[in-house]
Design a protein around this ligand. Structure first.
Ligand code: NI
Length: 197
């Protein structure tokens, strides 16, 4: 999900930038983001069965790619990988504790409803209102293969749902009315003809 959400907190202006937003580390691979139209985005992903340092490296590269694209969530199919893996950070790299890796995630509880505008790094320039649960609990594994549960509210719940949808081959436009979805599809088709997609 891109960060331009209607319910995102305004960022306080400051002149005292003393520390970088993201702690320095080894240089990261920045993946380009797969755009709508690539069939990988509409295919369910394969469960991850091998855990360890290589997978950890991949998740860090995904965070770096997500921050570079100014997103708050990135799923493996969006970098061309058919893996049941997604990273989420609704703090946009401002808080290291905001980094969430979800491997083989499943929503085990959902509650309430919220309708907010949503977008996707793979469908740049298009947005739409989507109803999502206000609260969700996700069960997932980390890069070491350890199981954990995490609860999200509002934007975090929305990000979990949006990213887990990606892992099931579902894009946010599939939650829009047929009219709105067709309008977006037609505009993308036109952009593609013009070589702008
Ligand atoms: Ni997306």
């Amino acid at each position: 999900m891109p960060d331009k959400l209607t319910n995102s907190e305004p960022v306080a202006a400051t002149t005292e930038t003393v520390a970088p937003a993201v702690a320095p580390g080894p240089p990261r691979k920045i993946y380009s983001i797969v755009k709508y139209g690539d069939p990988i985005l509409e295919k369910p992903t394969a469960a991850i069965t091998e855990f360890g340092p290589e997978l950890e490296e991949l998740t860090e590269d995904m965070f770096a790619s997500m921050y570079a694209a100014q997103g708050v969530g990135l799923a493996a199919p969006q970098i061309g990988k058919n893996l049941r893996l997604t990273v989420v950070d609704v703090t946009a790299g401002k808080n290291p504790e905001g980094k969430i890796v979800l491997i083989n995630p499943e929503i085990i509880h959902a509650e309430g409803e919220k309708r907010e505008e949503e977008g996707c790094l793979s469908i740049p320039g298009f947005r739409g209102y989507v109803v999502r649960p206000q609260f969700v609990t996700v069960k997932a594994q980390n890069a070491k293969g350890e199981f954990f549960e995490i609860r999200g509210e509002d934007l975090l719940a929305r990000a979990f749902c949006h990213e887990i949808d990606h892992l099931n081959g579902i894009l946010f436009i599939q939650h829009l009315s047929m009219l709105k979805r067709d309008l977006i599809r037609r505009k993308i088709k036109k952009l593609r003809k013009q070589g702008e997609w």
